[in-house]
Design a protein. Structure first.
Length: 579
């Protein structure tokens, strides 16, 4: 819900009343300077200023609402913490010590910090200070920055007063975004926080950060990880975002029925929000990652405009939607090829400059970065660095870049050796969906033919079983091996899946290796024995039948691929070209 001026005023008055006693307790002596009694007017003004600041903490901008600031209570879903089974209403439900709240991009770290700040104020026991560490000036210390913040609502407060206030234990500090601090300022800030932990043991400090920041290695703060979304949290967020009953039910049921691909995406508030936006923009429920992403760029870039008739947002760069997407696709291609998922400002500008030059576009790479991170939001500033909101974003637009390169993609498919495709299986899945003809003709069919020939697949007899053995050695112990020499020359996800599919078939049929392992190998070794000795005659025959059925499945799949290619290669329409 939007927090109107009147509502904010009422909320501020309520908080001022709740914070009166702790404010008098911690800062009361400041209102007695030169007098023997409280200056009630100054106290009331300080409370009003403090409560207004806390109310403003609860007003945030989201990807869902775009430019509109909304009250976080209107969309906040209770955050869970790993290894804590109780609901988290107050920071003391997590710990009474100083802590780090760790979460990945899009997991709601800042929203959680703001929520806890507001809840602390409502309790009326301690004074909460919320501070975004990215606002720390180059020459500022944390004590100076927080003292300035306090001075904004108590004009008598000076930096020299901080020590007296901190020692009371009645302050609780919420320091948001440690990872947003410039790298050359991290050590200084960490030293200051650790010094406070030692000097003011009763002043609780809560720091939020993404994984692997230096703050997590401090011995003074205990790390707590935000939990991934379950269906329960997904449903609650949909209730907050989607009021229409039918759409609400449809989205929830779609998540329930979704496959692993979609479920693996929807583990953060951000990705669930994109799922909802995707539906609102296309009125389709995505059933796989390709469908999830195929219209997302357009939906995100135009989401501000649809609520404002006649309004079309100008990009900060001079690029239109098509140009911006093409630059982003190349950006994903280059960064994936460099094995970069998280990048600093300098690297982002360097790669975008290369993309613009490659596409003969004269534009400011910084403005393009702003459009991609602020308007489209497929990469986000997370701390001092940038990162893709999900690894599959980078993979999808890498695949889209290949798809849109007519000459390059044939070379790409023909180069799919073991080393080349390593780590690209998700990209190949995207390409199979979006670039089916070329994918089948230049990659799938040739590899199917190689494997079918090598294994002597035949509709009338089973020969696949001849490639299974069992063996014992020091490295792997007793195990079952699937042995073939061409694995490292012609690897392909169909046949990686083949191995996984055969594993339970062979192990479950074995009388001795129910908990064994299947090892794919091309190296001949001594001690290899025929797998037939592991089974009774009846079980061995059953296994032969199962493997033969699988051979037939592969042959049928090959025919489907060939039929698809032949249909697309049809010449029957060419006669119309000369008319």
């Amino acid at each position: 819900m939007l927090l109107t001026g009147a509502m904010a005023g009422i909320a501020g008055m309520k908080l001022a009343d709740e914070l009166k006693e702790p404010t008098k307790k911690v800062f009361g002596w400041l209102f007695e300077k030169g007098k023997n009694k409280y200056d009630d007017h100054k106290l009331d003004q300080a409370l009003s200023n403090l409560s207004d600041r806390i109310v403003r903490v609860t007003k945030v901008k989201t990807i869902y609402k775009g430019d509109d600031s909304i009250d976080l209570q209107g969309f906040y879903v209770p955050t869970r913490i790993e290894d804590i089974n109780t609901s988290i209403d107050f920071v003391t439900d997590i710990s009474r010590q100083s802590i780090v709240l760790q979460g990945t991009v899009g997991q709601g770290k800042s929203i959680f910090m703001r929520y806890l700040t507001f809840q602390e104020a409502r309790q009326g026991q301690r004074i909460p200070l919320f501070y975004e560490l990215r606002r720390l000036d180059d020459n500022d210390t944390l004590i100076n920055a927080l003292s300035k913040q306090i001075n904004n609502w108590i004009t008598e407060f000076e930096e020299s007063d901080f020590d007296r206030v901190a020692k009371t234990g009645e302050l609780v500090l919420f320091l948001d975004g440690f990872d947003e601090v410039p790298h050359d300022k991290v050590k200084k800030l960490l030293n200051e926080i650790e010094e406070w932990c030692e000097r003011y043991p009763n002043m609780q400090i809560i720091v939020s950060s993404r994984p692997d920041a230096d703050i997590q290695r401090s011995n003074y703060l205990k790390v707590f990880k935000l939990s991934e979304y379950r269906f329960y949290e997904q449903s609650l967020l949909i209730d907050k975002l989607v009021e229409e009953s039918e759409s609400n039910k449809l989205l929830k049921q779609a998540i329930k029925d979704s496959n692993t691909e979609i479920q693996d995406l929807l583990k953060t508030p951000l990705m669930v929000t994109l799922f909802v936006m995707n539906y609102r923009g296309s009125l389709e429920i995505p059933t796989n990652q390709h469908e999830f992403y195929k219209n997302l760029f357009t939906i995100l870039i135009s989401r501000h405009d649809k609520t404002k008739p006649g309004f079309k947002r100008e990009s900060n760069s001079g690029l239109n939607e098509v140009q911006l997407q093409e630059v982003f696709e190349e950006f994903c291609f280059i960064t994936f090829s460099m094995d970069i998922l998280v990048f600093d400002d300098g690297k982002a500008i360097e790669v975008l400059k290369e993309c613009l030059e490659n596409q003969n576009i004269r534009d400011n790479p910084r403005m393009v970065l702003y459009d991609l991170s602020k308007n489209v939001c497929l990469i986000l500033k997370d701390g001092f660095d940038y990162t893709f909101i999900h690894k599959s974003i980078q993979e999808f637009y890498y695949a889209s870049f290949i798809h849109n390169q007519p000459e390059m993609k044939i070379e790409f498919y023909k180069d799919c050796s073991y080393e080349f495709v390593n780590g690209k299986h998700n990209i190949l899945k995207f390409l199979e969906s979006m670039d089916t003809y070329y994918f089948y003709k230049y990659l799938a069919l040739p590899v199917f033919d190689v494997y079918i020939k090598y294994f002597n697949f035949d509709e009338s007899q089973n020969k696949l079983i001849n490639y299974f053995f069992y063996n014992s050695n020091e490295e792997y112990g007793t195990h079952i091996e699937f042995y073939f020499e061409i694995y490292y020359e012609y690897p392909f996800n169909y046949f990686d899946i083949l191995i996984v599919k055969l594993l339970p078939t062979v192990l479950n049929a074995s009388s001795e290796f129910g908990a064994g392992m299947l090892k794919t190998t091309k190296v001949s070794s001594e001690g290899r024995k025929s797998i037939q000795s592991l089974f009774t005659s009846e079980k061995y025959n059953e296994l032969q039948i199962t493997l033969h059925l699988f051979e037939q499945e592969v042959l049928e799949r090959r025919e489907e691929i060939l039929s698809f290619i032949d249909k697309k290669d049809s010449k029957k329409y060419r006669k119309y070209l000369n008319r």
